[in-house]
Design a protein around this ligand. Structure first.
Ligand code: NOJ
Length: 558
């Protein structure tokens, strides 16, 4: 029996005859990292009840949907991306009733809910994996993962040369029930995250059932973790060479972006389409090019894919223009919306990335020049929200939060930090619980402490401190999201018209709208394109001309 615990949201963003487009084609989707958003029971760890209570804040911010990072039962070896039970909520986040209440309340506020789905690997505490180990060689459950004998005289060497994305070999040797060293199993991430064998029909069946479970709960969609990793090249061939993998790297590999993944997504699409209310899936697919990414969003596959090429682009005008053009061109033939993202729970917040000279990559421990970083981050956000398609906002970026670059080592929890000997894996810096109030224990995050220490001065960046201050980053986001909803030239689309502009300045038109972005460190004179709709910094309009300050974006309504 199919029971809809929460009613689906229906309706589309544009019901004009002959041009129906789904809500997701121009949606602004807000990523909640449940550990660090709001703590409802005061134990120092965010939870679903905390999220639920703060939903009105998200409605007022003006986003269309909320994507929640994993809240499933998990030993938390990788902050919940190691799932032990895909149909249960981890007690630290609440219960299934809390999830149901959250989905219902969100829908009442006209917010959609996207949940994270982790199909590439389970936790080593998943029932299948535990039994596979317990039952020993020959257990049928071992076929649902990648178990292999080792190489070398006594099987003492890993079956191939693949490295874990978190550092070290991608294989861990097991101990047989009789205590002797046994086969090895594959884990592209931590040893606590064994990879599923997607060639086994039971794995595919199980995930189709998990999809239905959450669709029946009323969720509006899924963010598919490591969507490019499910299928491995036959025979698990060696790659050759060391240092082959970086965290979320995008090179072609025998375990990434194999053509076989697409058949899985075709099957999932058919399930999503069976449900009312425009349910969607977005791929976390790190591929070598935007063209390869477009394969995941062909009309019979997923709806969106994150644009990591955009996320990885420095604050350099020519590079931004190039990636914008390439992204729009890649999505046009498949009819999928381009997506834009600047921050998430795996990368250094953009206010900190842009605080250092270009080329520092997506993870850094440098605090850089915070004033400069924030000015650029505000300008970068306005650029992103002006582009055609859908955009992702990571919790706290609307407060202009920097990464916390000086977390003490003993507070860190990112498994990649430990596996890479502290050389990599600074993801804790963007995961620090966000400040809601100026003062008070954990700055309003909850009644108690916070699982990662919040820095001094965090309260000055709080929602409370910024609300009503017209110069604040929070009010900038509110104004931009409101304008994006109201202005017909913003939102969905597949093209921009570039206008002439001085070097380092981007200017493009959309119907009735112009966006001008100065990525350089000096003010420039530009034509005034109409009335200023929203600006990331002070702009002086002087008749037909305007002075666009350094690192500033202005939206004009023509
Ligand atoms: C991508 C997730 O975003 C990241 O946080 C996680 O560590 C890996 N996938 C493994 O699930």
């Amino acid at each position: 029996m199919t029971q809809h615990l929460a009613a689906p949201l229906t309706g589309t963003s544009d019901d004009a005859p002959g041009h129906r487009h789904g809500w997701w084609q121009d949606a602004v989707i807000y990523q909640v990292y449940p550990r660090s958003f709001a703590d409802g029971n005061g134990d120092g760890m965010g939870d679903l009840d905390g999220v639920r209570r703060r939903l009105p804040y998200l409605r007022d911010l003006g986003v269309d949907a909320v994507w929640l990072s994993p809240f499933y039962a998990s030993p938390q070896a990788d902050a919940g991306y190691d799932v032990a039970d895909y149909r249960a909520i981890d007690p630290m986040f609440g219960t299934l009733l809390d999830a149901d209440a959250l989905i219902r309340d969100a829908h009442e506020l006209n917010l959609r809910v996207i949940v994270d789905l982790v199909p590439n690997h389970s936790s080593d505490a998943h029932e299948w994996f535990k039994r596979a180990l317990r039952e020993g060689p020959g257990s049928a459950l071992r076929e649902r993962y990648h178990f292999r004998p080792g190489k070398g005289a006594d099987g003492e060497l890993p079956p191939n040369d693949w490295e874990s994305i978190f550092g070290g070999p991608a294989w861990t040797r097991t101990t047989d029930p009789d205590g002797t060293p046994g086969d090895w199993y594959l884990h592209l991430f931590a040893p606590e995250q064994p990879d599923f064998n997607w060639d086994h029909p039971a794995v595919a069946d199980e995930f189709r059932s998990i999809l239905r479970f959450w669709l029946d709960m009323g969720v509006d969609g899924f963010r598919v973790d490591v969507a490019h990793g499910l299928v491995k090249a036959p025979g698990l061939p060696d790659i050759g060479g060391a240092g082959q993998l970086r965290l979320l790297g995008n090179d072609a590999m025998p375990f990434f972006d194999q053509d076989g993944v697409h058949e899985i997504y075709r099957q999932w699409r058919r399930i999503l389409d069976e449900y009312p209310g425009d349910r969607i899936a977005v791929a976390e697919a790190w591929t070598p090019t935007v063209e390869r990414t477009a394969n995941y969003v062909r009309p019979d596959e997923l709806h969106q894919a994150f644009n990591f090429q955009y996320l990885g682009t420095s604050w350099v005008g020519s590079e931004l223009r190039e990636v914008i053009d390439a992204s729009l061109a890649a999505m046009r033939p498949v009819g999928a919306p381009a997506t834009w993202v600047l921050s998430n729970h795996d990368v250094t917040r953009h206010a900190t990335r842009f605080a250092s000279p270009p080329g520092g990559g997506t993870q850094t421990r440098e605090a850089g020049d915070r004033t400069l970083g924030l000015r650029r981050a505000r300008a970068a956000t306005l650029l992103m929200l002006a582009l055609p398609g859908s955009a992702y906002v990571y919790q706290g970026e609307e407060l202009g939060l920097p990464d916390v670059t000086d977390l003490p080592d003993e507070a860190r929890q990112d498994p990649s930090y430990f596996r890479a000997d502290g050389q990599d894996g600074f993801r804790d810096g963007c995961r620090v619980p966000i400040p809601w109030t100026r003062e008070g224990s954990s700055y309003g995050f909850g009644g108690g402490g916070s699982w990662l220490p919040q820095p001094e001065g965090w309260g000055a960046l709080s929602v409370e401190a910024q609300t009503g201050d017209p110069g604040s980053t929070l009010e900038l986001y509110r104004a931009a999201l409101a304008a994006r909803k109201e202005h017909p030239g913003l939102g969905a689309g597949d093209a921009v018209e570039w206008l002439d502009a001085p070097e380092g300045v981007l200017a493009f038109a959309r119907p009735g709208f112009v966006c001008t972005v100065n990525t350089t460190g000096t003010a420039v004179r530009i034509p005034a394109h109409g009335r200023v709709l929203v600006a990331s910094g002070p702009v002086a309009v002087d008749g037909a001309e305007a002075e666009l300050p350094a690192d500033t974006t202005v939206w004009w309504t023509v």
